[in-house]
Design a protein around this ligand. Structure first.
Ligand code: 2NE
Length: 273
């Protein structure tokens, strides 16, 4: 892939785009196994929003720099005593939870490309991605109960949807690590590939997705989310229905009638069975 580096404004991440429609967000803190601090999350969020609004982009890859880790979760060295991770000015954040929502509601598929450790909050991030491609050296697990933390949101409930209630409890209660093969067997990842093939295989998956209807994929993602996400999921799915309705002559007749100060005439529109 002919990646164009568009990272200029960032310090904790790298941000690349390809002419073929892929954006790649790379957590670039390999010295701490790509743990995120508030700034890291803020930058990932800015990049993901950019990819969402860039019409040339159809798929987004989320990954970590180097071969040793995708992401090791929240940076424990800046975890404060007042409910979050401290930024430069001492304000405490759990902004990764907002970023989780952003991945979830991105109408463009987000693919986790995992080499090495995906643990703690990093494990939850890969789970929230639509698809995970793992290298053979990948290791997965939660560490919260060991380090005095937990994610009882999607980190628990969505995990249980993926691996089942018994396994989710084992993963959280024991803080065991699982290799790529075990993760594949649990349905936590889509495929396992050789480390030196990781990006190639991920890009291949992106190309396959890019050939398909963006609207169909967008609606399918919202529908799959809606099954798990309660009223927020329904809102997302219904928003797509509204978007499609606005694109129809029937929807436009209502707007036109209002703007032209006349009664709407819906008589020419069929009532489909
Ligand atoms: C990731 C893991 C298993 C890697 O082990 P290993 O043996 O390959 O590396 P090592 O030596 O542990 O780590 C290398 C360097 O990275 C730092 C380490 O302190 C070490 O630094 P130096 O000794 O070289 O100076 N490092 C690694 N992970 C870090 C982290 N998360 N924060 C700060 N520094 C980190 C192993 O390192 C590990 O288990 N890491 C901790 C994983 C963890 O507990 N993450 C936090 C979970 S809680 C969370 O993410 C969270 C949440 O639950 C809810 C909301 C938001 C966040």
């Amino acid at each position: 892939v002919d990646w164009q580096d568009v990272s200029a404004e960032f310090s904790d991440i790298l941000y690349h785009k390809s002419a073929c429609g892929i954006a790649k967000i790379t957590i670039n803190r390999p010295q701490v196994r790509n743990a995120f601090r508030p700034l890291t999350v803020q930058e990932m969020s800015t990049a993901l929003a950019d990819a969402r609004y860039d019409e040339s982009i159809g798929v987004i890859i989320l990954t970590g720099a180097g071969d040793l880790a995708f992401c090791s979760g929240g940076d424990q060295s800046v975890r404060g005593d007042y409910g979050g991770y401290q930024d430069e000015s001492g304000v405490h954040h759990l902004n990764v939870l907002d970023f989780q929502r952003q991945i979830r509601t991105s109408p463009k598929p987000v693919i986790a490309m995992v080499a090495g450790y995906a643990v703690g909050g990093g494990h939850v991030l890969h789970m929230l991605c639509d698809i995970t491609i793992a290298a053979e050296n990948a290791q997965f697990g939660q560490t919260g109960p060991k380090v005095g933390s937990f994610d009882g949101g999607w980190g628990a409930s969505y995990m249980a949807r993926i691996v089942g209630q018994k396994k989710a409890r084992e993963i959280w209660f024991t803080c065991r690590m699982y290799d790529a093969k075990q993760a594949l067997d649990m349905g936590l990842v889509n495929t396992v590939v050789a480390l030196d093939q990781l990006e190639q295989e991920t890009v291949q998956m992106c190309h396959e997705i890019l050939q398909n209807s963006p609207m169909a994929i967008r609606c399918l993602k919202a529908a799959l989310n809606a099954d798990c996400d309660g009223q927020a999921g329904l809102q997302e799915l219904a928003g797509n229905a509204t978007m499609l309705f606005y694109m129809t002559e029937e929807g436009q007749e209502g707007r036109n009638a209002f703007n032209e100060k006349r009664a709407p005439d819906f008589s020419r529109f069929k009532r489909n069975p």
